[in-house]
Design a protein around this ligand. Structure first.
Ligand code: UFG
Length: 328
């Protein structure tokens, strides 16, 4: 019995691999290394370099490794890029997920974990958003993920596949033991950019918008430690295995920090000054989005351990320093 992790060389997927191995599960990683890195994959996992669109390869892996659950992370994830290249997003995120689900059904894989996003909500207002809020994604990225959620629901109804779709808020930080972290080139994520800036890998950075209707004028997000996000996946997997049905749930902490607050914490946690300029708003950014993750807690018993922005910054910094030692 094993779990197939697609995109297991990427930021979140590599932490999923660690989380599964830490609790003694067998893991097969399928990743085409288009944006991931083999040095992020734990050596105890069985790694296959390949594409999830290669259905013959996926079918073979499911059979050979007796896969009983798929954790599907392989995706394109840049909102702005999705606006410029929508078909890439509908291909990589929607069409490939469709093919993966079909192969999973043929191989009688009973459980499917899907990496969804807060981007399915679009403008959410200033209250923590619940799962039953209107789904109006603002970008092809958000729509490509929402379509996959709809497919999973339809397939579950028709064929009985049990799935969990977890809607991630702003994932940040790195493995507390320093085994993986966000390694992506040209990341657009605030904490990652701030870490690269304090370490001089970027000459400076900008705050995108200082005129939002928020207390300090900068945008508010719900930053969640990647290790807590993975704990949510373990809780979701246990939920599926216990036969409790399907699960669509937000994963965040239910509180937000502004861009300025995040950058202040980065300076404090690293002890290094940040070269920051104020810039215009980034197109498509909501002023504020914070998760209500009460449903996930109540349904699965998930309890986060790292709801602490300084810890998120410290772990991200340690990983960024490791990347520097690798000349990255
Ligand atoms: N920001 C800056 N400067 C930067 C980078 C980001 O001010 O150099 C700001 C953004 O404008 C935003 C906040 O920091 O207000 C967070 O930005 P990120 O790019 O880190 O994250 P987003 O909230 O834009 O996006 C995240 C995920 C997406 C997901 C989205 C859902 O990365 O995949 O949440 O809301 F779709």
């Amino acid at each position: 019995m094993s779990v197939l992790v697609t995109g297991g060389a990427g930021y979140i997927g590599s932490h999923m691999v660690l989380g599964l191995l830490d609790r003694g599960e067998e893991v097969v990683v399928l990743d085409n290394l288009s944006t991931g890195f083999d040095f992020c994959i734990a050596s105890q996992a069985h790694f296959v370099q390949g594409d999830i669109g290669d259905t013959a390869l996926v079918a073979r892996l499911l059979k050979e490794h007796k896969v009983t659950a798929i954790a599907h992370f392989a995706a394109s994830l840049l909102v702005a890029e999705s606006v410029r290249e929508p078909l890439t997003y509908y291909a990589n995120n929607t069409a490939r997920t469709r093919d993966l689900i079909e192969v999973a059904l043929r191989a009688d894989v009973p459980h499917f974990l899907f990496s969804s996003t807060a981007a399915v909500y679009g403008m959410a207002g200033d209250k923590p958003v619940q799962e039953n809020a209107p789904l109006n994604p603002l970008s092809p990225y958000g729509r490509s993920k929402l379509m996959s959620e709809h497919m999973l629901a339809d397939v579950s109804e028709a064929h009985g596949l049990a799935y969990a779709a977890l809607r991630y808020f702003n994932v940040a930080g790195a493995d507390p033991q320093g085994r993986s972290g966000e390694s992506t080139f040209n990341s657009t994520h605030l904490v990652k950019i701030a870490m690269e800036t304090v370490l001089g890998k970027r000459p400076g950075m900008q705050i995108f918008g200082t005129d939002y209707p928020t207390p300090d004028g900068t945008a508010i997000r719900d930053y969640i430690h990647v290790t807590d996000l993975i704990a949510a996946h373990m809780a979701a997997l246990d939920y599926l295995r216990a036969g409790k049905g399907n699960l669509t749930a937000n994963v965040g902490y239910g509180r937000g920090f502004s861009v300025r607050q995040v950058l202040d914490v980065v300076e404090q946690a690293t002890g290094l000054p940040l070269n920051v300029a104020e810039g215009p708003r980034r197109a498509g950014d909501p002023a504020s989005i914070v998760a209500d993750s009460g449903y996930l807690r109540q349904a699965t018993g998930w309890e986060p351990q790292y709801d602490d922005l300084p810890a998120i910054a410290e772990h991200a910094f340690a990983w960024e320093q490791y990347l520097s030692r690798r000349n990255r």
